[in-house]
Design a protein around this ligand. Structure first.
Ligand SMILES: C=CC1=C(C)c2cc3[nH]c(cc4nc(cc5[nH]c(cc1n2)c(C)c5CCC(=O)O)C(CCC(=O)O)=C4C)c(C)c3C=C
Ligand SMILES: [Fe+2]
Ligand SMILES: [Fe+2]
Length: 354
Protein backbone atom coordinates (compact mmCIF):
# COMPACT_ATOMS: atom_id res chain seq x y z
CA UNK A 1 0.00 0.00 0.00
CA UNK A 2 1.31 3.43 -0.89
CA UNK A 3 0.00 6.86 -0.29
CA UNK A 4 -1.35 8.03 -3.64
CA UNK A 5 -0.43 11.67 -3.45
CA UNK A 6 0.58 14.36 -0.98
CA UNK A 7 -3.01 15.69 -1.06
CA UNK A 8 -4.05 12.45 0.55
CA UNK A 9 -1.70 12.87 3.50
CA UNK A 10 -4.50 14.03 5.79
CA UNK A 11 -6.78 11.23 4.72
CA UNK A 12 -4.00 8.76 5.32
CA UNK A 13 -3.87 9.85 8.94
CA UNK A 14 -7.52 9.01 9.49
CA UNK A 15 -8.35 6.23 7.05
CA UNK A 16 -4.94 4.71 6.49
CA UNK A 17 -2.70 4.58 3.39
CA UNK A 18 -4.51 4.72 0.05
CA UNK A 19 -3.59 2.57 -2.96
CA UNK A 20 -1.94 4.19 -5.98
CA UNK A 21 -4.49 5.75 -8.32
CA UNK A 22 -6.99 6.23 -5.54
CA UNK A 23 -8.89 9.51 -6.01
CA UNK A 24 -8.01 12.30 -3.60
CA UNK A 25 -9.84 12.09 -0.28
CA UNK A 26 -10.37 15.08 1.92
CA UNK A 27 -12.17 14.60 5.18
CA UNK A 28 -12.08 15.14 8.90
CA UNK A 29 -13.09 18.81 9.03
CA UNK A 30 -16.28 20.33 10.40
CA UNK A 31 -17.87 23.30 8.67
CA UNK A 32 -19.88 25.91 10.53
CA UNK A 33 -22.00 27.86 8.07
CA UNK A 34 -23.66 31.06 9.22
CA UNK A 35 -26.65 31.64 6.92
CA UNK A 36 -28.40 34.98 6.66
CA UNK A 37 -31.32 36.02 4.51
CA UNK A 38 -29.53 37.66 1.62
CA UNK A 39 -29.29 41.00 0.03
CA UNK A 40 -28.89 42.52 -3.44
CA UNK A 41 -25.43 42.80 -5.04
CA UNK A 42 -26.11 46.42 -5.98
CA UNK A 43 -28.73 49.13 -5.79
CA UNK A 44 -29.34 49.36 -9.55
CA UNK A 45 -32.43 47.90 -11.19
CA UNK A 46 -30.79 44.65 -12.46
CA UNK A 47 -29.28 43.40 -9.16
CA UNK A 48 -32.40 44.46 -7.25
CA UNK A 49 -34.53 42.57 -9.77
CA UNK A 50 -32.40 39.40 -9.48
CA UNK A 51 -32.50 39.48 -5.68
CA UNK A 52 -36.22 40.14 -5.43
CA UNK A 53 -36.98 37.51 -8.04
CA UNK A 54 -35.05 34.82 -6.15
CA UNK A 55 -36.52 35.86 -2.81
CA UNK A 56 -40.11 36.22 -3.91
CA UNK A 57 -40.08 33.03 -6.02
CA UNK A 58 -39.43 31.01 -2.87
CA UNK A 59 -42.61 29.03 -2.11
CA UNK A 60 -41.73 29.15 1.61
CA UNK A 61 -42.03 32.95 1.37
CA UNK A 62 -44.95 33.34 -1.02
CA UNK A 63 -47.32 30.41 -0.63
CA UNK A 64 -49.64 31.43 -3.46
CA UNK A 65 -50.16 29.04 -6.37
CA UNK A 66 -47.51 29.82 -9.02
CA UNK A 67 -50.15 30.24 -11.75
CA UNK A 68 -51.60 33.10 -9.72
CA UNK A 69 -48.41 34.51 -8.21
CA UNK A 70 -46.01 34.55 -11.17
CA UNK A 71 -48.07 36.93 -13.35
CA UNK A 72 -48.25 39.31 -10.36
CA UNK A 73 -44.56 38.85 -9.54
CA UNK A 74 -43.26 39.35 -13.09
CA UNK A 75 -45.96 41.78 -14.29
CA UNK A 76 -46.27 44.04 -11.28
CA UNK A 77 -43.79 43.47 -8.42
CA UNK A 78 -40.62 43.07 -10.49
CA UNK A 79 -41.47 45.97 -12.77
CA UNK A 80 -41.90 48.46 -9.91
CA UNK A 81 -40.25 47.26 -6.69
CA UNK A 82 -36.59 47.06 -7.83
CA UNK A 83 -36.55 50.84 -8.39
CA UNK A 84 -38.39 51.67 -5.19
CA UNK A 85 -36.38 49.28 -2.99
CA UNK A 86 -33.14 50.30 -4.74
CA UNK A 87 -33.75 53.90 -3.62
CA UNK A 88 -34.19 52.67 -0.04
CA UNK A 89 -31.01 50.55 -0.19
CA UNK A 90 -29.14 53.58 -1.60
CA UNK A 91 -29.73 55.39 1.70
CA UNK A 92 -28.12 52.67 3.82
CA UNK A 93 -25.54 51.26 1.35
CA UNK A 94 -22.03 50.62 2.67
CA UNK A 95 -20.23 52.64 0.00
CA UNK A 96 -16.77 51.80 1.24
CA UNK A 97 -17.34 48.07 0.70
CA UNK A 98 -19.95 48.58 -2.03
CA UNK A 99 -22.37 46.22 -0.36
CA UNK A 100 -25.37 46.25 1.94
CA UNK A 101 -24.92 46.43 5.73
CA UNK A 102 -26.45 42.97 6.10
CA UNK A 103 -23.57 41.48 4.15
CA UNK A 104 -20.92 43.57 5.94
CA UNK A 105 -22.20 42.55 9.36
CA UNK A 106 -22.65 38.89 8.45
CA UNK A 107 -19.09 38.75 7.11
CA UNK A 108 -17.83 40.38 10.33
CA UNK A 109 -19.70 37.77 12.38
CA UNK A 110 -18.13 34.97 10.33
CA UNK A 111 -14.63 36.40 10.68
CA UNK A 112 -14.96 36.98 14.42
CA UNK A 113 -16.42 33.53 14.99
CA UNK A 114 -13.50 31.96 13.09
CA UNK A 115 -11.06 33.80 15.36
CA UNK A 116 -12.98 32.79 18.48
CA UNK A 117 -12.82 29.11 17.51
CA UNK A 118 -9.09 28.81 16.84
CA UNK A 119 -8.86 26.29 19.70
CA UNK A 120 -10.87 23.92 17.45
CA UNK A 121 -8.43 23.35 14.56
CA UNK A 122 -10.76 21.02 12.66
CA UNK A 123 -13.54 23.61 12.50
CA UNK A 124 -13.85 25.80 9.40
CA UNK A 125 -16.19 28.81 9.67
CA UNK A 126 -17.86 30.34 6.63
CA UNK A 127 -20.94 32.46 5.94
CA UNK A 128 -23.56 32.40 3.22
CA UNK A 129 -26.84 33.90 2.06
CA UNK A 130 -30.14 32.16 1.35
CA UNK A 131 -30.76 34.55 -1.55
CA UNK A 132 -27.96 36.21 -3.52
CA UNK A 133 -24.28 36.01 -2.71
CA UNK A 134 -22.24 34.34 -1.38
CA UNK A 135 -24.75 31.65 -2.27
CA UNK A 136 -25.44 28.74 0.06
CA UNK A 137 -24.46 26.30 -2.72
CA UNK A 138 -21.07 27.93 -3.35
CA UNK A 139 -20.21 27.95 0.35
CA UNK A 140 -21.35 24.34 0.82
CA UNK A 141 -19.09 23.31 -2.08
CA UNK A 142 -16.20 25.31 -0.63
CA UNK A 143 -16.53 23.61 2.75
CA UNK A 144 -16.72 20.12 1.25
CA UNK A 145 -13.69 20.88 -0.95
CA UNK A 146 -11.77 21.78 2.22
CA UNK A 147 -12.56 18.35 3.67
CA UNK A 148 -15.69 19.07 5.70
CA UNK A 149 -17.59 15.83 6.06
CA UNK A 150 -19.85 17.47 8.64
CA UNK A 151 -21.53 20.86 8.30
CA UNK A 152 -23.49 22.69 10.94
CA UNK A 153 -25.82 25.30 9.51
CA UNK A 154 -26.66 28.31 11.63
CA UNK A 155 -29.66 30.17 10.23
CA UNK A 156 -29.21 33.58 11.86
CA UNK A 157 -32.79 33.97 13.07
CA UNK A 158 -33.50 33.85 16.81
CA UNK A 159 -37.19 33.12 16.17
CA UNK A 160 -38.06 30.21 13.87
CA UNK A 161 -40.21 30.79 10.82
CA UNK A 162 -40.72 28.57 7.80
CA UNK A 163 -40.15 31.75 5.76
CA UNK A 164 -36.60 32.16 7.08
CA UNK A 165 -35.08 29.30 9.13
CA UNK A 166 -36.65 26.44 7.18
CA UNK A 167 -35.88 27.86 3.77
CA UNK A 168 -32.23 28.43 4.76
CA UNK A 169 -31.90 24.75 5.60
CA UNK A 170 -33.88 23.74 2.49
CA UNK A 171 -31.34 25.61 0.40
CA UNK A 172 -28.41 23.84 2.03
CA UNK A 173 -29.96 20.42 1.40
CA UNK A 174 -30.78 21.50 -2.17
CA UNK A 175 -27.09 22.32 -2.65
CA UNK A 176 -26.08 18.88 -1.37
CA UNK A 177 -28.13 17.30 -4.16
CA UNK A 178 -25.28 18.36 -6.48
CA UNK A 179 -22.50 17.00 -4.24
CA UNK A 180 -21.49 13.35 -4.45
CA UNK A 181 -19.67 13.20 -1.13
CA UNK A 182 -22.42 14.95 0.84
CA UNK A 183 -21.56 15.83 4.43
CA UNK A 184 -23.58 15.05 7.53
CA UNK A 185 -25.72 18.02 8.52
CA UNK A 186 -26.73 19.59 11.78
CA UNK A 187 -28.60 22.82 12.30
CA UNK A 188 -28.51 25.26 15.21
CA UNK A 189 -32.05 25.51 16.60
CA UNK A 190 -33.90 28.81 17.08
CA UNK A 191 -32.60 30.65 20.13
CA UNK A 192 -35.42 33.06 21.00
CA UNK A 193 -35.39 32.05 24.68
CA UNK A 194 -31.71 31.28 25.25
CA UNK A 195 -30.39 33.10 28.35
CA UNK A 196 -27.25 34.23 26.49
CA UNK A 197 -29.41 35.89 23.80
CA UNK A 198 -31.83 37.54 26.24
CA UNK A 199 -28.90 38.76 28.32
CA UNK A 200 -27.15 40.17 25.24
CA UNK A 201 -30.30 42.02 24.14
CA UNK A 202 -30.97 43.38 27.62
CA UNK A 203 -27.39 44.52 28.02
CA UNK A 204 -27.37 46.17 24.62
CA UNK A 205 -30.68 47.97 25.35
CA UNK A 206 -29.48 49.19 28.75
CA UNK A 207 -26.18 50.36 27.29
CA UNK A 208 -27.85 52.21 24.44
CA UNK A 209 -30.52 53.84 26.60
CA UNK A 210 -27.73 55.01 28.89
CA UNK A 211 -26.29 57.09 26.03
CA UNK A 212 -29.55 58.99 25.37
CA UNK A 213 -30.41 62.41 26.75
CA UNK A 214 -34.03 61.29 27.28
CA UNK A 215 -35.84 58.37 28.91
CA UNK A 216 -38.26 56.60 26.56
CA UNK A 217 -41.75 56.18 28.03
CA UNK A 218 -42.27 53.16 25.78
CA UNK A 219 -39.79 50.76 24.18
CA UNK A 220 -41.09 48.84 21.17
CA UNK A 221 -39.70 45.39 20.36
CA UNK A 222 -40.43 45.37 16.63
CA UNK A 223 -40.15 42.04 14.77
CA UNK A 224 -40.45 41.39 11.04
CA UNK A 225 -44.01 40.20 10.38
CA UNK A 226 -45.33 37.20 8.52
CA UNK A 227 -48.72 36.87 6.80
CA UNK A 228 -51.43 36.02 9.33
CA UNK A 229 -52.51 32.85 7.44
CA UNK A 230 -49.00 31.36 7.91
CA UNK A 231 -49.39 31.83 11.66
CA UNK A 232 -52.89 30.30 11.55
CA UNK A 233 -51.48 27.28 9.71
CA UNK A 234 -48.98 26.66 12.51
CA UNK A 235 -45.82 28.70 12.02
CA UNK A 236 -44.55 29.15 15.62
CA UNK A 237 -42.89 32.49 14.82
CA UNK A 238 -45.48 34.58 16.66
CA UNK A 239 -45.05 32.62 19.91
CA UNK A 240 -41.27 32.82 19.64
CA UNK A 241 -41.41 36.60 19.24
CA UNK A 242 -43.79 37.06 22.15
CA UNK A 243 -41.68 34.87 24.38
CA UNK A 244 -38.54 36.85 23.56
CA UNK A 245 -40.29 40.07 24.58
CA UNK A 246 -41.63 38.49 27.77
CA UNK A 247 -38.20 37.21 28.83
CA UNK A 248 -36.63 40.55 27.96
CA UNK A 249 -39.25 42.39 29.99
CA UNK A 250 -38.61 40.18 33.00
CA UNK A 251 -34.84 40.59 32.69
CA UNK A 252 -35.15 44.38 32.38
CA UNK A 253 -37.68 44.59 35.22
CA UNK A 254 -40.14 46.51 33.05
CA UNK A 255 -43.95 46.22 32.93
CA UNK A 256 -46.21 45.40 29.97
CA UNK A 257 -46.70 49.07 29.07
CA UNK A 258 -43.00 49.84 28.98
CA UNK A 259 -41.93 47.07 26.55
CA UNK A 260 -44.45 46.16 23.85
CA UNK A 261 -44.32 43.85 20.81
CA UNK A 262 -45.14 44.96 17.26
CA UNK A 263 -44.60 43.57 13.74
CA UNK A 264 -43.13 45.47 10.79
CA UNK A 265 -42.24 45.12 7.08
CA UNK A 266 -45.59 44.07 5.60
CA UNK A 267 -45.54 42.94 1.99
CA UNK A 268 -48.59 42.46 -0.24
CA UNK A 269 -52.29 42.72 0.40
CA UNK A 270 -52.85 40.00 3.02
CA UNK A 271 -53.28 40.73 6.71
CA UNK A 272 -49.98 40.23 8.60
CA UNK A 273 -49.27 39.66 12.28
CA UNK A 274 -50.55 42.54 14.40
CA UNK A 275 -50.09 45.02 16.01
CA UNK A 276 -48.30 46.76 13.17
CA UNK A 277 -45.23 48.81 14.08
CA UNK A 278 -46.05 51.86 11.92
CA UNK A 279 -49.65 52.06 13.18
CA UNK A 280 -48.49 51.69 16.81
CA UNK A 281 -45.81 54.36 16.48
CA UNK A 282 -48.32 56.83 15.06
CA UNK A 283 -50.92 56.00 17.71
CA UNK A 284 -48.45 56.39 20.58
CA UNK A 285 -47.51 59.87 19.35
CA UNK A 286 -51.16 60.84 18.85
CA UNK A 287 -51.95 59.59 22.36
CA UNK A 288 -49.38 62.02 23.74
CA UNK A 289 -46.33 59.80 24.19
CA UNK A 290 -43.35 62.05 23.57
CA UNK A 291 -40.37 59.67 23.78
CA UNK A 292 -39.95 56.16 22.41
CA UNK A 293 -37.19 53.74 21.49
CA UNK A 294 -37.39 50.81 19.07
CA UNK A 295 -35.32 47.64 19.25
CA UNK A 296 -35.36 44.83 16.64
CA UNK A 297 -34.69 41.57 18.53
CA UNK A 298 -35.61 39.38 15.52
CA UNK A 299 -32.85 40.72 13.29
CA UNK A 300 -29.38 39.38 14.06
CA UNK A 301 -27.80 42.23 12.10
CA UNK A 302 -28.88 45.65 10.92
CA UNK A 303 -30.32 45.73 7.43
CA UNK A 304 -32.73 47.64 5.23
CA UNK A 305 -35.66 46.74 7.48
CA UNK A 306 -34.03 48.11 10.64
CA UNK A 307 -31.91 50.99 9.36
CA UNK A 308 -34.34 52.43 6.84
CA UNK A 309 -37.79 51.24 7.84
CA UNK A 310 -37.28 51.87 11.56
CA UNK A 311 -34.31 54.25 11.73
CA UNK A 312 -35.79 56.60 9.12
CA UNK A 313 -39.46 55.82 8.36
CA UNK A 314 -40.69 55.04 11.87
CA UNK A 315 -38.81 58.07 13.22
CA UNK A 316 -40.53 60.28 10.62
CA UNK A 317 -43.94 58.80 11.40
CA UNK A 318 -43.42 59.44 15.13
CA UNK A 319 -42.28 63.04 14.65
CA UNK A 320 -45.04 63.87 12.14
CA UNK A 321 -47.66 62.59 14.58
CA UNK A 322 -46.39 64.84 17.37
CA UNK A 323 -43.71 62.70 19.05
CA UNK A 324 -40.50 64.39 20.19
CA UNK A 325 -37.71 61.95 21.06
CA UNK A 326 -37.05 58.83 19.01
CA UNK A 327 -34.21 56.34 19.37
CA UNK A 328 -33.37 53.26 17.34
CA UNK A 329 -31.35 50.65 19.21
CA UNK A 330 -28.88 48.83 16.93
CA UNK A 331 -29.05 45.08 16.40
CA UNK A 332 -26.50 42.88 18.17
CA UNK A 333 -24.48 42.71 14.93
CA UNK A 334 -20.83 41.73 15.53
CA UNK A 335 -20.71 43.41 18.96
CA UNK A 336 -19.07 41.52 21.82
CA UNK A 337 -22.56 40.64 23.15
CA UNK A 338 -23.73 39.50 19.72
CA UNK A 339 -20.66 37.34 19.19
CA UNK A 340 -21.10 35.80 22.65
CA UNK A 341 -24.52 34.59 21.50
CA UNK A 342 -23.18 33.10 18.26
CA UNK A 343 -20.14 31.51 19.86
CA UNK A 344 -22.03 30.04 22.82
CA UNK A 345 -24.63 28.40 20.59
CA UNK A 346 -22.06 27.12 18.09
CA UNK A 347 -19.87 25.57 20.79
CA UNK A 348 -22.85 23.90 22.45
CA UNK A 349 -24.32 22.58 19.20
CA UNK A 350 -20.94 21.20 18.09
CA UNK A 351 -20.86 18.91 21.08
CA UNK A 352 -20.17 15.32 20.07
CA UNK A 353 -18.59 16.54 16.82
CA UNK A 354 -15.54 18.15 18.39
C1 LIG B 1 -36.15 38.35 10.49
C2 LIG B 1 -37.08 37.62 9.94
C3 LIG B 1 -37.73 37.80 8.63
C4 LIG B 1 -38.98 37.27 8.30
C5 LIG B 1 -39.87 36.44 9.18
C6 LIG B 1 -39.24 37.67 6.96
C7 LIG B 1 -40.38 37.35 6.25
C8 LIG B 1 -40.74 37.91 5.01
N1 LIG B 1 -40.09 38.90 4.30
C9 LIG B 1 -40.77 39.19 3.14
C10 LIG B 1 -40.44 40.15 2.16
C11 LIG B 1 -39.27 40.94 2.13
N2 LIG B 1 -38.33 41.02 3.14
C12 LIG B 1 -37.29 41.82 2.73
C13 LIG B 1 -36.13 42.09 3.42
C14 LIG B 1 -35.72 41.47 4.60
N3 LIG B 1 -36.43 40.53 5.34
C15 LIG B 1 -35.67 40.12 6.40
C16 LIG B 1 -36.03 39.21 7.42
C17 LIG B 1 -37.25 38.51 7.49
N4 LIG B 1 -38.18 38.40 6.50
C18 LIG B 1 -34.42 40.81 6.32
C19 LIG B 1 -33.27 40.61 7.28
C20 LIG B 1 -34.45 41.65 5.22
C21 LIG B 1 -33.40 42.65 4.81
C22 LIG B 1 -32.49 42.23 3.70
C23 LIG B 1 -31.43 43.29 3.40
O1 LIG B 1 -30.86 43.23 2.32
O2 LIG B 1 -31.12 44.20 4.19
C24 LIG B 1 -37.56 42.28 1.40
C25 LIG B 1 -36.61 43.08 0.51
C26 LIG B 1 -36.52 44.49 0.80
C27 LIG B 1 -37.62 45.23 0.16
O3 LIG B 1 -37.76 45.21 -1.07
O4 LIG B 1 -38.43 45.80 0.91
C28 LIG B 1 -38.80 41.75 1.03
C29 LIG B 1 -39.50 41.93 -0.29
C30 LIG B 1 -41.89 38.32 3.11
C31 LIG B 1 -42.90 38.29 1.97
C32 LIG B 1 -41.87 37.53 4.26
C33 LIG B 1 -42.79 36.46 4.73
C34 LIG B 1 -43.68 35.87 4.02
FE1 LIG C 1 -38.46 40.01 4.97
FE1 LIG D 1 -48.42 32.81 19.55
Amino acid sequence: MTIASPTNADAAKTIGPLPAGHPAVKQGKIGVMLINLGTPDGIEFAPMWRYLREFLSDPRVIELNKAIWYPILYGLVLTTRPKKSGANYARIWNREMNESPLRTFTRAQGEKLAKALTDLPNVVVDWAMRYGNPSTASVARRLVEQGCDRIMSFPLYPQYSATTTATANDQLFRALMEIRNAPAIRSVPPYYDEPVYIEALAHSIERHLGTLDFKPEVVIASYHGIPKPYFEKGDPYHCHCLKTTRLLRTRLGWDENKLITTFQSRFGAQEWLQPYTDVTVEKLAKDGVKSIAIVNPGFSVDCIETLDEIGREAAETFHHAGGKNFAHIPCLNDSAEGMAVVETLVRRELSGWV
